[in-house]
Design a protein around this ligand. Structure first.
Ligand SMILES: NC(=O)c1ccc[n+]([C@@H]2O[C@H](COP(=O)([O-])OP(=O)(O)OC[C@H]3O[C@@H](n4cnc5c(N)ncnc54)[C@H](O)[C@@H]3O)[C@@H](O)[C@H]2O)c1
Ligand SMILES: CC(C)[C@H](C(=O)O)[C@@H](O)C(=O)O
Ligand SMILES: [Mg+2]
Length: 366
């Protein structure tokens, strides 16, 4: 198969982990005989510096011609004092909105052999396998009016019924092919938008009698995510709650560097990026954990290209590196060898090549 991927490195460790992701994509191409063409574009701080726009028109046009988008991360202290329209984050929000990538899937899984990397007790995290389904193109991020003066500031939390319906449908659909449970997170004891959210969830539930549903208020959800993380399957929530809860959930795996994500449109077109940011504190040191970016490639293979076997191969290769006793600095633990970003990536590629060799041996005997 031939696919063209728009690659937007962005800023800070975004660039470093993207190199890892692309190396792994090339390995997959070699092993499974696919051609992945890569077209690079600018986004974020680097785009502001080069062309004065966090999401240049050329980047949108480039992405429109591709089969999927891979993104590193945007942002950094250099641009923190810029006016809102010239912030790197504006580029990220604009690309999500432009392509109507309303469904942000953020899987959180205990990695075999790595449960001790979590600061939480091992018995709490061992069985964790949840999917946070974050609404990505509505809510406080995009609601109007939005303004700031010296004396007041306004952000607006608005949701239409249609916006809630499509994300809730996505969550129920996923629960049906996973463990059959949806947890809807809201603040229906205070927020009008959450009251509508809860009503829509209840209405949609009727179509999914086989799926268990629970509602939980966001403050209690933040607590339960840490005390009973394995009780969750699919967690569906609005934009800002999902942003906060997914960083919290990364603690279960030991690091933000472990969490990939997929942001998907109704027709399957998607943008794939780690949950983490540009990590200015470790940028340029070649110590970032590339797992999130590499696993985002796996999500792209599965969700946009229908390459399920290839996606599993990537996931297994990453897990094998951990199982073999290697890790990066953010998830270091006793008895493990800490690798640089580049070294860790090479190990993942070796795993993919090793499985490649065994495929050939197998086919020679069959
Ligand atoms: N999707 C995105 O592009 C995205 C997401 C979040 C934050 N940001 C931006 O990134 C910048 C920095 O934000 P922040 O510091 O709050 O969040 P961050 O996610 O960049 O970093 C938070 C902490 O996690 C660590 N970390 C993150 N990814 C890691 C990895 N792969 N390996 C090892 N450690 C990792 C960092 O070193 C840091 O200590 C800000 O400008 C923010 O707006 C961008
Ligand atoms: C950088 C920022 C705009 C972004 C968000 O809030 O959505 C990030 O935190 C994320 O989780 O992707
Ligand atoms: Mg975030």
């Amino acid at each position: 198969m031939e696919k063209t991927v728009a690659v937007l490195h962005g800023d800070g460790i975004g660039k470093e982990v993207m190199h890892s992701a692309l190396k792994v994509l090339r390995s997959i191409g070699r092993r499974f005989d696919h051609t992945f063409k890569v077209k690079t574009g600018l986004i974020g701080g680097v785009a502001i510096d080069e062309v004065g726009d966090p999401l240049p028109r050329e980047t949108i046009e480039l992405c429109e011609k591709c089969d999927a988008i891979l993104l590193g991360a945007v942002g950094g202290p250099k641009w923190d004092q810029n006016p809102s329209h010239l912030r790197p984050e504006k580029g990220l929000l604009a690309i999500r909105k432009h392509f109507e990538l309303f469904a942000n899937l953020r899987p959180v899984k205990a990695v075999p052999g790595m449960v001790e990397a979590s600061p939480l007790k091992e018995h709490l995290v061992r069985q964790v396998d949840m999917m946070i389904v974050r609404e990505l193109t509505g809510g406080l991020y995009f609601g109007e009016p939005k303004r700031k003066t010296d004396n007041d500031a306004v952000d607006t939390l608005t949701y239409t019924r249609k916006e809630i319906e499509r994300i809730v449908e996505k969550a129920f659909g996923l629960a049906r092919i996973r463990k059959g449970k949806v947890t809807s997170v809201d603040k229906a004891n205070v927020l009008e938008s959450s009251k509508l959210w809860r009503e829509v969830v209840e209405e949609k539930k009727v179509k999914y009698p086989d799926v268990e549903l629970e509602h939980i208020l966001v403050d209690a959800a933040a607590m339960k995510l840490i005390t009973q993380p394995s009780s969750f399957d699919v967690v569906v929530t609005e934009n800002l709650f999902g942003d906060i809860l997914s960083d919290e959930a990364s603690v279960i795996t030991g690091s933000l560097g472990m969490l990939p994500s997929a942001s998907i449109r109704s027709d399957g077109f998607g943008l794939y990026e780690p949950v983490h940011g540009s990590a200015p504190d470790i940028a340029g040191l070649n110590i970032a954990n590339p797992s999130a970016a590499i696993l985002s490639v796996a999500m792209m293979l599965k969700y946009s290209f229908g390459m399920e076997t290839e996606a599993v191969a990537v996931e297994e290769a990453v897990y094998s590196v951990y199982k073999d006793g290697y890790c990066t600095n953010d998830v270091k633990k006793d008895g493990y060898r800490v690798l640089t970003t580049t070294e860790f990536t090479e190990k993942v590629m070796e795993e993919l090549e090793r499985e490649h060799v065994s495929d050939h041996i197998l086919s020679a005997y069959v």
